[in-house]
Design a protein around this ligand. Sequence first.
Ligand SMILES: Cc1cc2nc3c(=O)[nH]c(=O)nc-3n(C[C@H](O)[C@H](O)[C@H](O)COP(=O)(O)OP(=O)(O)OC[C@H]3O[C@@H](n4cnc5c(N)ncnc54)[C@H](O)[C@@H]3O)c2cc1C
Length: 419
Amino acid sequence: MESQNLENEDAELEDPPNIDNLRIKKKEESESERMKVLVVGGGLSGGMLSYFLKSKKHFKITCWEKSRGLGGRAATKRSSTISGCQADTGLQYLTRYEKSARHDEIYKFLFDKGVISKLDVTNIANMKPGSEKMQHFKAINGTNTIAKTLWEETNAEVIKLQKLKSLDYSQDQVVAENEQGEKENFDLVVLTIPPPQITRDISFTPPIEKKVQETIDQVKFSARFALVYFFGGDYDIDSRVAASYAANRDDAIVYWNIDEAKRFGMDTEKNFRTTMFHFKKELYKDLTPAEALPKLQEHVAKSFPKLISGVAIKVPKYTNLVKFLEPYQTARLNLGLLSHHSSPTPAEAVPHRWLFSQVDQKYPDSQGFLSLGDRVIICGDSFGTRGNFDGCLESASQTADHILSLLPNTSTFNDKTEK
Ligand SMILES: Cc1cc2nc3c(=O)[nH]c(=O)nc-3n(C[C@H](O)[C@H](O)[C@H](O)COP(=O)(O)OP(=O)(O)OC[C@H]3O[C@@H](n4cnc5c(N)ncnc54)[C@H](O)[C@@H]3O)c2cc1C
């Protein structure tokens, strides 16, 4: 993958950032005079940031999201053929590390809305020691509902299938251009996309200063494949646990779960019909999902021979191929907590490749965000202490404080929220 910005690497910003230019003049009530903020990315970081700014009447927030849906890496895949089957392919569950007022606020908001509830981790095998002492939460209707609910609360204008291609921040306003070449002016643009993806996909005028680009380039994300099996009919997977991490570091499958067991608990009346597998990072990352699918299935077959033997595998998204797998004769490996006791029935197999999956190396010396000049900010999970939900929250919170500090006569969020 080539960076679109390589030709700009040696350039310098013309002027050092001038914070006074960004300070918002006292705005009147008129909508046209509110500060126009573009949040690029409809994931958790963007949703949380907009949530923290929502009570301020000074902002008119627009979100550009390149995909069809909100959530980003908090993604939930719904079966196209089997009603009621769904699986989280990215973020699995929330673990509460931080205890700030903003963390309290977001967890309480999602809890009160019924979006998250406590997760019983005694049914997750091979978790890190000490995990049972921490608080964990599941998303009852899928992890993408976390982002959706946050965004709904913000009253932002969310534009889906809108991919940012370039930013011109050389003037008083930032000109954002989408893939179709349409341009719109904003007072401030906040990018919540993983930094390596920004470098790959977005061009800047003026180009990012070389030294700044070098620090951005220190941020590393790993790639990872997820694979979902949807079983139809009365299929009921017989398992003693809802999820499991691999017992051995070298296993190709590093984590798997049964979605219904994770969301509804082991005692639910619902059938267990959906399994999701996460593979070792970087495995097959240069293959397309269609190319990787047979290889991923082979790993599942080796680890869980009873689960897929004789099952019809459909690949709806990438090919129309429907093929019948011969029973695998291979020995069952040590993830053997999973088996089935009913007749195999047709299933959908859906691979998903996360090219920018999880933070391997976070932004160095982060204050929660990075300013490019006066009017462009980059934030997200690689700017938090941890590359997870709490990291998004920390980065969104610090970015919100920064933006709010640019308003006249204000200090930080906590003592000036307008109700
Ligand atoms: C496999 C996997 C497992 C994980 N497990 C957990 C877990 O169990 N617990 C946990 O807390 N965290 C987990 N995480 C991490 C968690 O998902 C992330 O920290 C979080 O979702 C990041 O949110 P974000 O908003 O910062 O970024 P993203 O979710 O990446 O959001 C960025 C958004 O920007 C959009 N976008 C990209 N480019 C453009 C463009 N040019 N124009 C417009 N929009 C664009 C994307 O479509 C996306 O919606 C996991 C992640 C993965 C991939």
